[in-house]
Design a protein around this ligand. Structure first.
Ligand code: BEZ
Length: 189
């Protein structure tokens, strides 16, 4: 027996695309219906957000990525089609001042555009650290750690994930090189 029309519409409305550009690319601890390489225009990835709860502490925050507006720039990442119920988990995981923004997402495989959301920690939130010279950001990341692990591992996992997606990001890979030089004992993953 087919579902009544009303139910089918309800089911469809409960699905949403989410664009991941940071840890959502490589730490997929949530259910999804589809996953596709994707991009958003007008944003760039920057290690400008302080992390009090994952890769640092309130006393010594780490630095994690947010997106900043950048007309003409394309940011590549991963899009997930999720059920609306998954937002509860994502909102909690990214609770340190990240807010949902509605955007157009380009899905690479099918060259189609969909409406979806991404999480942004806007300039001016209480944990925002903003820009700094790359060597300062790298030194900061090299020494920070928090309940989710070292800030260094967060950066290197992201750099590795972007490399595997063939989606290089000069900001991320430049910092990864600097941090590896600063921590060149080779003892840590
Ligand atoms: C992401 O991977 O898309 C993401 C990064 C930081 C906060 C929330 C989401």
């Amino acid at each position: 027996m087919t579902a009544p029309m009303g139910n089918r519409h309800t089911a469809r409305a409960r699905r949403h695309w989410v664009f991941g550009y940071g840890s959502l690319i490589y730490k997929v601890d949530f259910p999804f219906l589809r996953r596709e390489l994707a991009a958003v225009s007008g944003w760039e990835r920057r290690f400008w957000q302080g992390s009090h709860d994952h890769r640092g502490t309130v006393e010594a925050p780490g630095r994690v990525v947010t997106l900043v507006p950048s007309p003409g720039t394309v940011c590549r990442g991963m899009a997930y089609l999720i059920d609306e119920s998954v937002f509860e988990h994502l909102d909690h995981r990214e609770k340190n001042s990240y807010r949902r923004h509605e955007v157009d997402i380009s899905l690479a495989a099918t060259d189609t555009a969909v409406t979806g959301v991404l999480y942004v920690a806007d300039e001016g939130n209480h944990a925002f650290l903003g820009p700094a010279p790359d060597d300062e950001i790298a030194a900061h990341i090299a020494r920070a750690s928090g309940p989710s692990g070292s800030n260094r591992d967060y950066l290197l996992q992201l750099a590795n994930a972007l490399h595997e997606l063939d989606a290089p990001d000069p900001h991320v890979h430049g910092l990864a090189k600097l941090v590896q030089e600063l921590t060149a004992d080779g003892a840590r993953p």
